[in-house]
Design a protein around this ligand. Structure first.
Ligand SMILES: Cc1cc2nc3c(=O)[nH]c(=O)nc-3n(C[C@H](O)[C@H](O)[C@H](O)COP(=O)(O)OP(=O)(O)OC[C@H]3O[C@@H](n4cnc5c(N)ncnc54)[C@H](O)[C@@H]3O)c2cc1C
Length: 264
């Protein structure tokens, strides 16, 4: 039976996140959260593998306590077990310390044959986590996966999307995959699974619960990057469409504008 790990992230609804012009920080307070949509594609790929080859899916997320709702959403559509990595010491983490914490927490649950990640998160959007996790798990990596052809004798065959073609690749297990959404649209939960997910047990690991966790490698101390400032890009002046219905008037207005701007 395959032991499968799916990494999921709860993100703020990015359409509703605003920037504080004074501090340059993102204002997340009061903003509704959702499960990173690309992670639901990754989970669907894992569920399809479980259905074809047999397996057990462990979900993992690092985040605040409310990230539990993302785990429950994922339990309802095929996850078997869920782990929430949560504690003050993990706060302010960049991708380096996030991937460290996730691997150390996952190690508490045993060895994984397959690890799935979304291609990127819609909020942080570095796209760095999958490769960092593959390195830390000492796993092969197949990115942009379109379909899983076969898994046998400790090897996986999958088709990847290229910019102008497709590529059939084979890798040894353990292997980390990120998937294209085309063949892995997330499914809706059955009513029974939805209800069961509401009361399913979730393992919560704080800093002190994880064997061998180095506090210097998590959160702010473990982060290799700092973000001195976040600011919106300066946008060019928006264009104007002149359409009065009369070409003569339109051209007249255009000439006026160009004259005002000193372009004529
Ligand atoms: C200096 C610095 C400070 C930061 N401080 C904070 C902070 O205080 N609070 C905060 O929320 N964010 C913070 N971030 C952002 C945080 O580092 C990233 O959200 C996180 O490391 C993942 O990076 P990403 O979102 O770019 O993931 P990507 O690499 O784009 O994500 C790819 C995939 O990795 C997996 N994944 C990503 N994040 C997680 C996760 N947390 N748990 C499980 N799986 C995951 C998912 O499958 C996801 O689809 C900070 C970033 C920096 C650089």
């Amino acid at each position: 039976m395959l032991n499968i790990l799916v990494c999921v992230k709860q993100i703020p609804d990015i359409d509703l996140v605003k920037m504080d012009p004074e501090t340059g920080n993102l204002v997340r307070t009061g903003v509704p959260t959702l499960t990173n949509p690309l992670d639901l594609n990754a989970l669907e790929a894992a569920v399809q593998i479980k259905e074809r080859f047999g397996g057990r899916i462990t979900l993992i997320t690092m985040g605040p306590p409310m990230a539990e709702s993302t785990l429950r959403e994922c339990l309802a559509v095929g996850g078997d077990e869920a782990v929430l990595v949560s504690g003050r010491g993990f706060g302010g983490a960049d991708t380096l310390s996030t991937s460290y914490a996730i691997v150390k927490a996952a190690d508490m649950k045993g060895r994984f044959d397959l690890i799935f990640c979304g291609k990127e998160s819609l909020d942080g959007a570095t796209g760095q986590m999958a490769s960092q996790l593959a390195e830390r798990f000492d796993a092969a990596q197949i990115s942009c996966c379109l379909s899983i052809e076969d898994i046998k004798d400790g090897r996986i065959r999958a088709t990847r999307a290229l910019e102008n073609g497709r590529e059939l690749v084979e890798a040894t297990l353990p292997c980390l995959l990120t998937v294209e959404k085309d063949n892995f649209y997330g499914r809706l939960p059955s009513l029974d699974a939805y209800l069961a997910s509401k009361s399913a047990p979730i393992t919560v690991y704080a800093e002190t619960d994880i064997d061998g966790l180095d506090p210097q490698k998590i959160g702010v101390p473990g982060s290799g990057t700092i973000v001195p400032k976040i600011y919106p890009p300066e946008l060019p002046e928006p264009g104007q469409i002149i359409r009065t219905g009369s070409p003569r008037t339109d051209v007249g207005r255009l000439l006026e504008l160009l004259t005002e701007k000193g372009s004529l």
